[in-house]
Write a protein that binds this ligand. Structure first.
Ligand SMILES: [Ca+2]
Length: 137
């Protein structure tokens, strides 16, 4: 018997809920780094953000805005994913990333999904800045 909802379901249980037996046997379809719906969001990130891995979820990607020298990112966090963490990093080079001075806070929760706001004050004379959210399991 399968239960469709649990307040805390680790990655392996989530996989069993999301994929068929045949799909579970194919790591290129159901593995952490697979993207079976070709929406550019890997399965581990779909899990971390509470998204369906076989339905295009691009409408739920993080959003970013910039106001003067402050960059703000909003992203989803699946409350029921206890074994994965999301962190937001910034970079000026795309090769070295840091979480230093990135401030995060939960600004809302609905249907088991937190909306997290990450802000970063861009130092003066920074020619370009990049921001990303990373899933860690
Ligand atoms: Ca995907």
């Amino acid at each position: 018997m399968r239960v469709r909802y649990s307040p805390n379901i680790p990655w392996s249980i989530w996989q069993e809920f999301q994929f068929t037996e045949a799909e579970l046997g194919d790591a290129l379809f159901s593995g952490e780094y697979a993207d079976p719906d070709n929406d550019g969001i890997l399965n581990l990130m779909e899990y971390a953000m509470g998204l369906p891995p076989k339905v295009n979820s691009q409408a739920n990607l993080p959003t970013m805005t910039r106001s003067n020298n402050v960059i703000t990112m909003l992203y989803r966090k699946n409350v029921a994913a206890p074994d994965v963490a999301l962190d937001v990093q910034v970079s000026t080079t795309l090769t070295q990333w840091t979480t230093t001075e990135v401030f995060q806070s939960v600004i809302g929760t609905a249907n088991g999904i937190q909306t997290v706001q990450a802000t970063y004050n861009v130092p003066a004379s920074t020619p370009s800045i990049f921001m990303r959210v990373r899933a860690l399991k």
